[in-house]
Design a protein. Structure first.
Length: 249
């Protein structure tokens, strides 16, 4: 299909999980794709998998000043931008008493501050029309233990979806969000839990999903394609929950 034919797209955190799957689907829909990531090994793996036509931009989303460099790389390579999928983020899950200021600031720098300043840096490059899609989370809506800071960062992104929509729609830039529930991605393996603890946590989380399973990254990618494409031209400031019903209980 060609729902994104001719569109220039940037996917942050495009080296694994939802980001990598979205890059695959964007390419299959005819988009010209750039991805960011901070791990040299996964960047190289993504390069091999996605092909030489994909623009690879090493970047750490927690470094807000570096987002200007990402924008400059896009300007030089693409000349402009039609689609931005703000997917990069971290999930640091732990009880309230285990947090310190450094970890708190790292979560907000990566999940909130970096994305905001990347949008700012890219404003001169956005076409008219253009689409921004933010990756939120069901955790912005449910009171799950150990997600206080993570949920707060995602709630900030959902707020950006509404406020930036009101500010940018006059430039032809639509802002929307997808909010996944639990998805089968490498994210859970990065939480530092033992294999047994991960299995216990996965079973506990799955029991809270009315659909009875974890989602697949492609189910999120397909929704992002819709919001990135001209099919959603009248969709502005919306949050699409893709959570198997988890946010409804």
């Amino acid at each position: 299909m060609d729902r994104l034919k001719g569109k220039r797209a940037l996917i942050t955190g495009g080296t694994s999980g939802i980001g990598l799957e979205t890059a695959r689907v964007f390419l299959s829909e005819g988009a010209r794709v750039a991805i960011t990531g901070r791990n040299p090994a996964t960047l190289e793996s993504a390069r091999r998998e996605l092909g030489a036509d994909v623009l690879i931009i090493p970047s750490d989303m927690s470094n807000s000043a570096a987002q200007k460099d990402v924008a400059e790389s896009l300007r030089q390579a693409f000349g402009g931008l039609d689609v931005l999928f703000l997917n990069a983020g971290i999930a640091d899950l732990k009880p309230v008493e285990q947090w310190d200021e450094t970890a708190f600031d790292r979560s907000f720098a990566t999940n909130v501050k970096g994305p905001f300043f990347l949008i700012q840096a890219l404003l001169p490059l956005f076409a008219n029309p253009a689409s921004i899609v933010l990756n939120g989370s069901v955790n912005a809506h449910v009171g799950m233990a150990a997600t206080s800071v993570y949920g707060a960062t995602k709630a900030a992104l959902i707020s950006f979806t509404r406020t930036l929509s009101g500010e940018l729609i006059s430039r032809g830039i639509r802002v929307n969000a997808v909010s996944p529930g639990p998805i089968s991605t490498p994210l859970y393996g990065k939480l530092g839990f033992s294999e047994g603890a991960l299995k216990t946590m996965a079973a506990s989380v799955q029991s809270q999903v009315p659909a009875g399973r974890f989602g697949d990254p492609k189910e999120i990618a397909n929704a992002v394609v819709f919001l990135a494409s001209d099919e959603s031209a009248f969709t502005v400031g919306s949050e699409l929950m893709i959570d198997g019903g988890m946010g409804n209980i």
